[in-house]
Each structure stands twice: as structure tokens, then as C-alpha cells.
Write a protein of this length. Sequence first.
Length: 283
Amino acid sequence: MKALKKIFSSVALGSLFLAFAISCSNNASNQEKKTNEAVADTINKVITVSPETKNLLYQFPTPFEVTQLLIKAKAGFIFDITNPPANVSKYSTENAKALNLGVYSADLSYSATFNRNDETTKFLGCTSKLADELGIAGVYDQSLVEKVKKFNNNKDSLTNLVTKIFSSTNTFLSKNNRNQVAVLIATGTFVESLYIAAELNVVAKDNTKIATIIAGQKDNLDKLLTILDAYKQDKQMMKIGEEVSKLKSIFTDYGLEPNKKLPRDKAGQIGDLAESVRLLFIQ
């Protein structure tokens, strides 16, 4: 809900560029601190999980599941509720990079689905940067930006391109046994997609269809929590799982039901809850 205040602010765009400028100017002075944080937060790559959990992870839905439904529900595109592209430079730890690769992947899906070429290019730049820093080679390259420009005003081609990016990322991570990175990406993607839907649910004149989309995410949340539970021996992953588990109350405490309009106050409370978990990932 707090994020929605930006929608009605005439200085939102200026704030975005100011944040970018501040981030750039502080980057050099914070480099040593970031390096130390990265060393302290290296992803544990030796955790083994059951084949069933691994299969569940790599069968986890892409963010297009939500965004395609949003466009069918005639929801709008609101850039201010996405993670600002300027934020990408502040993610220094592997956990933060993987989580926000997921977050920006959801934003990329959102913009591509709504055929927003400029925004899609920006989010593609963010995902490309984070993927490169995580060592996910061979998925993102300079030609992708040109392809996005080429597919301007061709939503189907644009969404197909982004879908292939998601598929290639999963294939790379699976072949290289980077399962924990994949878990973090899936977590960021799910939380951001749910957050976007929750924010749109607040501003919609009739939120019946969007509320139904949110209600349909219960099974995916249960799957994600099952996957995260397999990594609870890692303290950082356990903390992330505890935060994500807070989202369960969305489906139990606010009267959310398929094909039922959600009162404005309840929609706002769901939006606040989704935002509170999401903020922990993007800050």
C-alpha cells in the first residue's frame, strides 16, 4: 500500500533518477563493505535435496502465470510498483542477487506481457547484470536487447523471448547443480508476482478477477514453502522461509475467495502484507 502513494506523486520519476544518482556516487566508497558482505553471505552449494524436491523446483511456474492472468483481467501496468532499475547496483551478496534476479524477472514478465518495450529493456538489463554476477553464463547476451527492440509492438514475440530466457536459466542451473540459486530466484519471482497482483487488487474498480488470481496462488505458495523447507539447515534460507511463510495468512485471514470481490480494506491489508515481505528482499 505504501508503494501506491508513489503512483499519485508528481515527483516519483524524479525520485527514481535521484536514487540512481546517489547509488552511483556512493558505489565506490561502499565497495570494500560490499565485498566483505559478499564473502560473509556466499551461497552454500553443497546442500543436497531429494529428486522430488528438485523436480518440484524446476517445475515451478514462471511469473507469466500471474501476469498473463492479470492482462486477461484487464489490469493496468504501473511502473512505480516494480522494483526500480536503479536498485540493481546495491545488491552485493549472492543471496540478494539471486532473490532480486527473481524479483526483476517478475517485473520483466509484467512489462513484457503488457508490451512495455522501454520498461522491458530496463528490466532485461537488470536481470542480465545480476545473472552475469551470479555466473549464469550463456543465457543473457547483448543481442537480447536488440531482440527486445525488434519485437516492439509484438507482444507474443516479446513474451516468447522472455519465456525462453526463464527456461534457459532453469536449464543452466539444473545442469550445473546450482539448485539453491534456483530456489532463491523462484522465491523472488513468486513474491514479486504476488505483490504486483496485490497492489493492482487495491486500485482496481472491481477486483473480483484479480482477487481470484491471488487466491489461485495458494498452491504455488505451498509448493514454494515445501522447497524452502528442504534448505532450512542453511540459516539464511531458513530466515527467508520464515518470511515467505507469513504470506500464508493472505489465504486464511482476509476472506479471500475465488470469484468474490474483496472489500477495499481487506485488499489493502493483503497488499501491506505482500509488500512487507517483498521489501525485505529489495532493500
